[in-house]
Ligand binder design. Structure first.
Ligand code: ADP
Length: 637
């Protein structure tokens, strides 16, 4: 996958900032969690402490009543009542009838029997010792009502009019009698007219025998005083005291006494022991901490639940502000990083793009191209180096072009000279030859034999010179009179060459074989000459064996490689380059006739066709001449 430098830069910048932001956010979240934990834990501690004090206050009431019942004259009063009841014929019936009488009296009426009870010394004492004493002390009613029964459950003393006369039909009475004391849950006390708990305590004589029960209705206000006093942790802190089945005993805000909240979400999350959790109440997220009452000393408590709750928003407010701040700062940083990365990547990629474009332009051959990068950094240096390189390459190319031009010009001049010289030499030579031939004819028998020999040699020399000049002219003409390239069937070309070589082939008895040959773009006349020269040489430089010549063509990459193979005398590999130069021969005229121009002509023709020519050979092993032609050549003439 290709990713641009700019993208990489921007990506890494943003990634970096994101990482930092993530770490910051993570630490805030961890901070929030531990803050929540510490507030939760301290609230749980607070709740446990409040419950302990509530239970302690209940216990102190029990203890107070027990201490009170130790007073001798009170015990005696109860015992006296018991004795009086023992004297009755049927205690149960007596109590029953008195109770019926009591209950059937109108609510506000005080019968003489009631009045007697309410007014006795014991009742007075109870009012004094509890109701009045505490009201004076605290300014409100701590005890709503107190009354004492004898061991048969009949009232002996009472501070107000009780609902009925007999109490042994009540659970609290029996539990107090059996277990020593009894504490009720919060309930509406009809005779006291308040929400209260009732505390029952067993009365005993000095030897521990059961003599009766005292019951005190303790106002709930007294119990929750503790909870009320130490609640203001936060502005949104709410403290709730609940019965174990989820009815409200006390809330630090407006509430309905004994309202059942067990269906609320927070209550369902309360578990056995102490703990804290987050829940929603009245549409607000809150941190709840709760504890269960476990009692105090011998009092085992009523498993009340104390719940302290704080609005999460307030408790974790500073953490939320910090979180918001970090998010804002992160966004800001990301924006800055993005801008910086864009700026940086522009600063880096712009000169690189300019450099790339420059390099591409120069690659296409536009040597005038220069790059304009003003940066003073490494890229600036690179650009300067690049420009220098382009300048040098331009100079070198110019010099090369000049040299080439020069070379072409001097070559052309040389060829022109060779052509003109050989052309101009032909005429005087022909003249010399015809005069010498005349001389020979006329004075053949009038001169001595030496003179005849000289004349013959002169004719020979001139003839040979004519051959040389003709060959030279042929060489010079290559290209000069060249025809435009055309689609040329090499088999037709080969056919022509073989026709031209007919005599030599027949005389030598040579076997010429060839494989299918392609059609190429070429000057057919010149191609005939190439084949003719090569096949002619193959026959001419034969060994003692019958000459066998094999012609074939093979396609390699984008060109055709032709080969002319013989079984002749072969060539020393060290000399295989030289034979392509003009007038270069490896043999004397006597051994093998020739001028040393044939291969030079082939090479020149190949040059014109954009091909190559070379030989692979070894003495005595035959030779293979190769030449190439482009597969599909354009008409370049
Ligand atoms: P010429 O044939 O007139 O001598 P060429 O230019 O055709 O001139 O050849 C140059 C020299 O290369 C030849 O004199 C010969 O020595 C050598 N040569 C060319 N073709 C062959 C061949 N097929 N086998 C051996 N030698 C060869």
């Amino acid at each position: 996958m290709r990713i641009k430098i700019g993208t990489k830069l921007i990506g890494s910048f943003v990634l970096f900032v994101l990482l930092i932001a993530a770490v910051a956010l993570y630490s805030v979240v961890v901070g929030e969690k531990s803050l929540q934990e510490s507030i939760g834990t301290s609230s749980v501690f607070l709740a446990e402490e409040m419950l302990r004090r509530i239970d302690e206050s209940v216990y102190l009431k029990i203890e107070g009543l027990q201490r009170y019942l130790k007073r001798r004259y009170l015990q005696e009063t109860i015992i006296k009542s018991n004795r009086e009841f023992e004297k009755l014929e049927n205690i149960g019936e007596y109590i029953e009838s008195k109770d019926r009488e009591w209950v059937s009296a109108p609510k506000d009426e005080i019968t003489p029997f009631m009045k007697e009870l309410l007014g006795n010394e014991f009742s007075e004492d109870l009012r004094r010792e509890f109701i009045e004493f505490y009201k004076k002390k605290y300014g409100y009613d701590v005890f709503g009502e107190l009354f004492v029964t004898n061991k048969y459950g009949a009232n002996v003393a009472q501070t107000g009019k009780t609902t009925d006369y007999r109490q042994d039909d009540e659970e609290w009475w029996w539990i107090s009698r059996e277990k020593g004391f009894y504490v009720s849950d919060v309930e509406y006390d009809e005779s006291a007219g308040t929400y209260a708990i009732s505390v029952g305590v067993r009365a005993e004589d000095e030897s521990g025998n059961f003599i009766g029960v005292i019951k005190a209705v303790v106002s709930v206000e007294e119990i929750i005083r503790e909870a009320e006093s130490r609640t203001q942790q936060y502005g949104t802190t709410v403290v709730k005291l609940l019965t174990k089945d989820g009815r409200l005993i006390y809330v630090t805000e407006d509430f309905q006494f004994l309202e059942d909240v067990s269906g609320k979400e927070f209550f369902k999350k309360i578990k056995e022991g102490s703990g804290f959790f987050v829940s929603v109440e009245d549409g607000r997220e809150k941190l709840f901490s709760c504890a269960h009452s476990i009692g105090y000393r011998t009092y085992q408590g009523r498993k009340w639940i104390l719940v302290v709750s704080h609005d999460i928003q307030e408790v974790l407010g500073p953490a939320f502000i910090l979180r918001g701040l970090i998010i804002a700062v992160s966004c800001f940083l990301i924006a800055i990083a993005l801008l910086l990365a864009i700026f940086l990547s522009r600063a880096i990629t712009k000169p690189i793009t300019i450099l790339t474009k420059g390099a591409e332009a120069i690659g296409r051959g536009n040597l005038e191209q220069r790059v304009e990068v003003k940066a003073k950094d490494e890229i600036g240096t690179l650009a300067a180096t690049f420009n220098e390189m382009a300048e040098r390459r331009k100079q070198a190319e110019e010099e090369l072009n000049q040299a080439l031009e020069e070379l072409k010009r001097s070559n052309a001049e040389l060829e022109q000279f060779a052509y003109i010289a050989s052309h101009d030499l032909q005429e005087p030579l022909r003249m010399v030859k015809s005069y010498v031939q005349n001389l020979e004819q006329r004075y053949k028998d009038k001169l001595d034999s030496d003179a005849n020999g000289f004349i013959a040699s002169a004719v020979d020399g001139v003839t040979r010179m004519q051959v040389l000049i003709n060959d030279l002219l042929a060489y010079s003409r290559v290209g000069m009179r060249g025809k435009p390239f055309e689609a040329t069937d090499c088999e037709v070309v080969l056919d022509q060459a073989l026709t031209n070589l007919k005599v030599a082939i027949e005389e030598s008895g040579a076997e010429v074989m060839y494989e299918p040959l392609p059609t190429v773009m070429a000057d057919p006349g010149e191609l005939v000459q190439v084949f003719q020269n090569l096949i002619g040489n193959a026959i001419k430089f034969r060994s003692k064996e019958t000459p066998r010549v094999r012609i074939s063509a093979e396609k390699k990459k984008k060109e055709w490689v032709f080969s002319v193979q013989d079984n002749g005398i072969g060539i020393d590999s060290e000399l295989s380059e030289r034979i392509f130069a003009i007038f270069q021969r490896l043999h004397t005229e006597d051994e093998y006739a020739g001028t040393g121009v044939g291969l030079a002509i082939c090479k020149k023709i190949m040059g014109r066709h954009g091909g190559q020519i070379w030989v692979e050979s070894a003495p005595g092993k035959g030779s293979t001449f190769y030449f190439t032609l482009p597969e599909r050549m354009r008409d370049t003439s």
